[in-house]
Design a protein around this ligand. Structure first.
Ligand code: RNT
Ligand code: ZN
Length: 423
């Protein structure tokens, strides 16, 4: 049977429960998912040579990490060619591309330092998202940036944030696609603080000063990302969940960003999405996978990823939730890491689009909870794989194991020639 024939058969099975598989595919093709550039080089960036610091860490030494902008671009191209669906690329400020001999510190970054990213995006007809980089830099003083009690340090990072707003505006204008600009810092304390309020008041003031930089709210979507703890900041983070949500709620045009690796292990972002949809016109996600103390494993097609996708889809919120990936695994082939996570996010969205969502809601509202459980369980063995394979074919990307063969070829021909990793 061809892929198409399998799809036609599957379509009939889904039709029997009132689901239109072809429509699901058509919708999914229009939903952008942002691929993070930083999985390609273990969050090193191009603007400094020091180690990755600031509450996050990569582990592993798999050969072939990208070392230059050209290599990052090539790797992203390879990864994107193996992923179905609409893409954006998520760029960190530390990935500024300088001319030979040129350098600008983070507080002095200009749009022109990101012209190569704009060219890259425009040539491929995709949008860009952006992130100020408040880590891996000598001006991070005692682990602090926007919350620092040292005014010189705080000023530096406020200037960085403002520069990033200008760059985000430039990205959006140049690509014609709104730019999600996410503010995350690793500011916090390893042990019990002597003052929990002061740092948060300074953090609040700093973000407010960043947002004084003029921008078009339709083009730039500033977000605040919360985190419960980080490596070296186990006891206290300035940007806690309550801080970030309250900041976004009280500042027009600011979106809350939830990273599903940033909560206590039994909390789930899937349940937080509909809670926030009651109050916020738009919100943003970092989709990742937390494993014990780590918040950044490769995204799988697991229960929580499916549940997150369901909450976006069945609440008709595909246009209100900005979906980005955020993880970094240096212990496996990095292209495979990018592709696996991106494809799994796409799978989760497709799976959600293939559920009889209206019927599930009807059963719940009628109190038919036994049937509700039963149908949800039955849907798990519907011929999802046949629709997925067809979606990949329609998007002209390899299906199943074929994509991995492509990665192996790329590893042999390109990655293995790169020699040792930087640092
Ligand atoms: C860290 C946050 C943050 C970073 C990126 C690189 O815990 O999730 O989003 O992963 O900015
Ligand atoms: Zn994140």
């Amino acid at each position: 049977m061809t892929v198409k024939e399998r799809f036609e058969a599957a379509k009939e099975v889904y039709r029997s429960v009132g689901v239109d598989a072809r429509q699901a595919i058509e919708i999914l093709k229009t939903v952008p998912v942002s691929m993070h550039c930083w999985q390609a080089d273990d969050v090193k960036g191009f603007d400094q040579d020091g180690p990755l610091t600031g509450g996050i860490q990569t582990t592993g030494d798999y050969p072939g990490a990208a070392r230059t902008p050209e290599e990052v671009f090539a790797d992203l191209d390879k990864a994107m060619s193996l992923c179905p669906g609409k893409k954006k690329i998520n760029v960190h400020a530390s990935y500024a591309v300088f001319e030979e001999g040129e350098f600008a510190d983070r507080d002095k970054l200009e749009p022109r330092h990101f012209r190569k990213w704009v060219d890259f995006a425009r040539e491929r007809g995709i949008g860009l998202d952006f992130n100020p980089t408040f880590f891996s830099h000598p001006m991070v003083k005692d682990g602090l940036t926007l919350s620092s009690p040292d005014e010189e340090t705080r000023r530096f990072w406020i200037e960085h944030g403002r520069a990033c707003i200008r760059i985000s505006q430039y990205f959006a204008e140049q690509t014609g696609v709104p730019c999600v600009m996410n503010i995350w810092t690793g500011d916090g304390y390893k042990d019990i603080p002597g003052d929990r309020l002061g740092p948060r008041m300074r953090y609040k003031d700093s973000i407010e000063r960043i947002l004084e930089e003029p921008f078009d709210k339709k083009l730039v979507k500033p977000c605040v990302e919360s985190k419960v703890f980080g490596i070296g900041v186990e006891s206290y983070t300035c940007g806690s969940a309550e801080f970030a949500l309250s900041f976004a709620a009280t500042h027009e045009g600011v979106l809350p960003l939830m990273d599903n690796g940033h909560y206590h292990p039994t909390e789930v972002v899937s349940d937080k999405i509909p809670a926030l949809l009651c109050f916020y016109p738009e919100l943003a996600l970092h989709v990742t996978r937390g494993v014990r103390w780590d918040s950044d494993h490769v995204v799988l097609f697991d229960d929580e990823t499916r549940e997150i996708a369901k909450e976006i889809v069945r609440n008709d919120a595909l246009g209100r939730v900005y979906i980005a990936l955020d993880y970094f695994d240096a212990s496996i082939n990095r292209i495979a890491a990018l592709v696996t996570g991106f494809r799994n996010m796409q799978k989760a969205l497709l799976f959600a689009l293939l559920q009889p969502n209206a019927e599930l809601k009807r059963l719940q509202d009628k109190g038919k909870l036994t049937q509700l459980m039963n149908i949800q369980e039955e849907m798990k063995t519907y011929p999802f794989g046949d629709v997925w394979d067809y979606y990949c074919e329609v998007c002209q990307v390899p299906g199943k194991a074929e994509w991995f063969a492509e990665v192996e070829k790329y590893e042999e021909q390109v990655l293995s020639k790169r020699g040792g990793n930087r640092r």
